[in-house]
Design a protein around this ligand. Structure first.
Ligand code: PLP
Length: 439
């Protein structure tokens, strides 16, 4: 490379890194932990004579509902599909709106839009990055009015606010007591985006447990959506799950995930000696079912979930211990009382005022040192497709925006060897130390 080709960024990067030596091999941000159990389980499924939704998917649903403490569970092709179908079976459609967080993946808001539903955003709490219950109440009290049926109408748009869609950010549970209280006061249902929350507990109950709802109401429904995407706490490559205390809702979701075929559970049985070819489709559904190959992988992963979660905690402790040296330069993820964190993510926030290095440069320098990271999340209202559509601008959600501007997710996968995490942590600390402002 000639001198004129060399971008100034590269020079700057060299300066930031100083004489730190990169790790020998790249530490991936979030590799899945796949071993002989998974390989054996998938191989058996491959030779079982049935590849798509069947007995293994059914067994997986049973394992999930027992683990989570939910009466029913429906395995689906993705969490995005679970959120999409979830809002539909709650009865939401055009003219309706939901309240969600700007600090999430676009799946959360896309799912509303697929149904013709408008997502309203409400800012997050600075400690957890979760939607702030007080700000939800403020939004409902100041920007909405109650109609004669007891629903909240958004004054400016006339839309009916029907549900909360909170996200358990990074695996720290939202305050379900506070949120269900709001649901009770304002006649709202709740669909939780629990993509990060497999292993999370709130007040001793798993996220996804039927017992979180603090009151009885026929109308207010509760659904929880999980993800088994490649990077999540349990992975089936792609996959999702809905839980609910309502068998009726799950039955309709099951039908909708299989084109609208009325007896979706019978699809695989159709090909058995006792099956019949006849079926009826009574509404236009989707194609979002879960395969037995995915289920085989998921069952093998679930049998090790306890170990996976323990390894995540161990990795978190390695990062925490390393950063305890430079507590003035970084903000560690916190865990509130009553919360069990699933540690899907380890979102570190830089105290950028104390550093000569910004978040983006920090990430570039870590990459040059062979440490993979990610950023969760680019706020919803920053994305081109939502900017004009939702009419929000920079400055509308200051806590989420500040969170995003300083956050980086560090590697804590159970598949990553302890030694790699330790070396990565030491390097990250040295990098920050040598780029700290003096005094
Ligand atoms: C990963 C993720 C999703 C989407 O999950 P898929 O299974 O990939 O559809 C939804 N919401 C959040 C917060 C996520 O992190």
């Amino acid at each position: 490379m000639t001198k004129t080709d060399a971008p100034s960024m590269a020079d700057n990067l060299t300066k930031l890194i100083g004489n730190l030596k990169p790790l020998k091999a790249f530490v991936n941000f979030s590799p899945p932990k796949i071993g002989p159990l998974e390989i054996e389980a998938v191989t058996q499924a491959l030779t079982s004579g049935w590849l798509t939704t069947g007995p293994r998917a059914e067994r997986f649903e049973k394992v999930m509902s027992e683990y989570l403490g939910s009466q029913g569970a429906l395995a689906l092709s993705s969490c995005t599909a679970a959120l999409h179908i979830g809002l539909k079976v709650m009865g939401l459609g055009p003219g309706d709106a939901v309240i969600t967080t700007p600090l999430t993946f676009v799946s959360t808001t896309h799912a509303a839009v697929y149904n013709g539903v408008r997502p309203f955003l409400v800012d997050v709490s600075p400690d957890t990055g979760n939607i702030d219950p007080q700000k939800i109440a403020d939004f409902l009290e100041t920007e909405c009015v109650r109609d004669s049926d007891g629903f909240q109408l958004h004054k400016k748009t006339g839309l009916k606010v029907r549900a909360l869609v909170p996200v358990h950010y990074a695996g720290h549970p939202v305050d379900l007591t506070a949120l269900w209280q709001i649901c009770g006061s304002f006649n709202l249902s709740m669909l939780e985006d629990a993509a990060h929350a497999l292993g999370s507990k709130f007040n001793d109950l798993s996220v996804g447990h039927d017992g979180h709802r603090g009151f009885e109401s026929q109308d207010l429904t509760s659904l929880v959506a999980f993800s088994f995407y490649a990077t999540k706490n349990v992975s089936t490559g792609e996959g999702g799950l809905l839980t609910s205390p309502s068998p009726t809702l799950l039955a309709r979701a099951r039908k909708l995930a299989a084109y609208g075929i009325t007896d979706a559970r019978r699809i695989w049985a159709r090909y058995s000696p006792k099956g019949t070819w006849a079926y009826d489709v009574d509404e236009v559904g989707f194609k979002a079912n879960f395969t037995d190959l995915q289920a085989a992988l998921g069952l093998a992963q679930m049998s090790q979930l306890g170990e996976f979660l323990d390894l995540r905690v161990r990795n978190v402790q390695i990062w925490n211990a390393a950063f305890s040296d430079i507590a003035d330069l970084v903000e560690l993820p916190t865990v509130r009382k009553g919360a069990v964190h699933s540690w899907h993510l380890y979102p570190l926030r830089l105290r950028t005022k104390k550093l000569n290095i910004g978040r983006d440069e920090f990430i570039k320098a870590l990459k040059a040192l062979n440490i993979g990271t990610s950023v969760m999340f680019i706020p919803i209202h920053y994305h081109s497709c939502y900017k004009d559509f939702l009419g929000y601008g920079q400055g509308d959600f200051p806590i989420a925006e500040d969170f995003f501007s300083r956050v980086v997710s560090l590697p804590i996968s159970p598949a990553t060897p302890k030694n790699d995490i330790e070396e990565a942590a030491q390097l990250a600390v040295k990098l920050l130390k040598q780029n700290a402002k003096l005094g």
